[in-house]
Design a protein around this ligand. Structure first.
Ligand SMILES: NC(=O)NCCC(=O)O
Ligand SMILES: [Zn+2]
Ligand SMILES: [Zn+2]
Length: 484
């Protein structure tokens, strides 16, 4: 059974051209004019692009005494509704738990996925067992990225010595560390002070996590990565201080990648000052929303290439769950949604405003992260042989975002009322039409786990260079090597 997408304009990260696309057995088998097949999808007036890849989601995440409410079934349905065809979640071992047991838990809950997915592994504790297990995580389980939380003291946070040891292990294994960059000690201390002063509302969350907390941690992680000789990926880069540290590192030739979220690009800190407690609490996430200057910095980073991709950190809690923190903002589960809205919002507020070109849109929603996570061109490409994870993007379709019609399982949407123009006419997951206009045609369990190989190039280049510039003894005539 073959499918042809006909009459559209292909848009990739570097090319825009008119062509048909033919699909068989889940893969792209031909690109060219006048193709025919068993089934035809009309792409007239549309852009045919690689499906979105969201490198940062937490589906059914155990966190702050509860679980995030979108699981792999509802989360991936929300994803394809908005043109995202792959998500990457985080395996979180409990303290003392084997990394393999954490993978088993994530394997069990991801069987319902409607689109392809992959995992990052989090380093939530450290000893020889973790050091040893990291090898099989990379070589057997196909996970080449390890996340380190520099915040959430007393829960997920790791210290600098643990981070340095883990980063060095990543370097040996051809893996890449990721960081949630916030200074967890400073946050904990500011939280305690604010609570003691009676500042217990959701605005206290933002006050306790100023941009400096993020800038300091980003810079520290970058320096530690440099000393360990590994590239670094900074998740949810939300402010100029953090972006500045990434820019500076890039200018020095370091491989450091920054990931702004659609929430930080679109929403600002005024959300936390709303008189309605629920409104503000629903928007509590870490890092918090910032002001207009920070938002401009993030947009500029996407334009100039100093920031690499746009994610959601989709971690959706219901209003009832948010109310765990009614008298104590430190107990409000951290996280917001966005999977369904990332592409339409970025198109509307990025491409149609002229902030991004269509090719940049594809780069920051799909191709860049496919390369960074070492799964290009299987994912993130419109090329013969690539997986047919595609969107047929109709720039004339429009809607107003509202919780009433969303796919996500929660009872509100942080983008409520925002109008978007540009939506998928079709979303295809490995060749299967999973969305037609606004009708979902997903199948639970259609999604497959994507293994990712270790990085052959960057880590080798870094270790070769490190070896070349390593400290060496200077031989001097008449001075014996051993000092005898
Ligand atoms: N971001 C957030 O507030 N919640 C999800 C966990 C994390 O990524 O820090
Ligand atoms: Zn985080
Ligand atoms: Zn996250």
């Amino acid at each position: 059974m073959s499918t042809v997408i006909k009459g559209g304009t292909i848009v990739t990260a570097d090319l825009t051209y008119k062509s048909d696309v033919k699909i068989e057995d889940g893969k792209i088998v031909a690109i060219g004019p006048d193709l025919s097949g068993d089934e035809t999808l009309d792409a007239t007036g549309c852009f045919v692009m690689p499906g979105g890849i969201d490198p940062h989601v937490h589906l059914q995440m155990p966190f702050m005494g509860t679980y995030s409410s979108d699981d792999f079934a509802s989360g991936t349905r929300a994803a394809v509704a908005g043109g995202t065809t792959m998500v990457v979640d985080f395996c979180l071992p409990d303290p003392g738990q084997s990394l393999f047991d954490a993978i088993k838990r994530w394997d069990n809950k991801s069987t319902s996925a409607a689109c392809d997915y992959s995992f990052h592994m989090a380093i939530t504790w450290w000893d020889k067992q973790v050091f040893d297990e990291m090898e099989a995580v990379v070589k057997e389980h196909g996970i080449n990225t390890f996340k380190h939380f520099m915040a959430y003291k007393g829960a997920l946070m790791v210290n600098d010595d643990e981070m340095f040891a883990s980063f060095q292990r990543c370097a040996e294994l051809g893996a890449m560390p990721l960081v949630h960059a916030e200074n967890g000690d400073v946050v904990a201390s500011m939280q305690a002070k604010l609570m003691a002063e009676g500042n217990n509302g959701p605005e206290g969350h933002a006050y306790s996590r100023p941009p400096e907390v993020e800038g300091e941690a980003t810079n520290r992680a970058i320096m530690i990565a440099d000393m360990a000789g590994v590239p670094l990926y900074v998740v949810h880069t939300s402010c100029e201080q953090s972006h500045e540290a990434i820019r500076r590192a890039k200018q020095k030739g370091m491989r450091v990648y920054g990931e702004p979220l659609i929430q930080h690009l679109m929403l600002d800190e005024s959300e936390y000052f709303d008189k309605d407690w629920d409104h503000s609490a629903r928007r509590v996430m870490s890092p918090p929303f910032r002001n207009k200057q920070h938002q401009d910095s993030l947009w500029a980073g996407l334009q100039s290439g100093t920031l690499s991709c746009v994610a959601t950190d989709h971690c959706a809690f219901t209003t009832e769950q948010k109310r765990y923190g009614v008298n104590d903002f430190t107990k409000i589960p951290n996280g917001t949604g966005g999977l369904e809205d990332r592409l339409p919002l970025l198109w509307t507020y990025g491409v149609t405003t002229g902030r991004l070109t269509m090719n940049e849109f594809v780069a920051v929603t799909s191709t860049n992260i496919a390369k960074i996570l070492n799964m290009y061109p299987k994912k993130g490409a419109v090329l013969v042989g690539a997986d047919a994870d595609l969107i047929v993007w109709d720039p004339t379709l429009e809607k107003t975002i509202t919780a009433d019609t969303q796919v996500s399982a929660i009872d509100y949407n942080v983008f409520e009322g925002k109008h978007v123009k540009g939506l998928p006419r079709f979303t295809l997951s490995r060749g299967k039409v999973v969305l037609e206009e606004s009708t979902l045609k997903t199948e639970e369990g259609h999604g497959k786990y994507v293994k990712r190989e270790p990085y052959p190039a960057v880590n080798k280049a870094l270790s070769t260079w490190k070896d070349l510039v390593a400290p060496r003894r200077i031989e001097r005539a008449g001075i014996p090597p051993s000092g005898v």
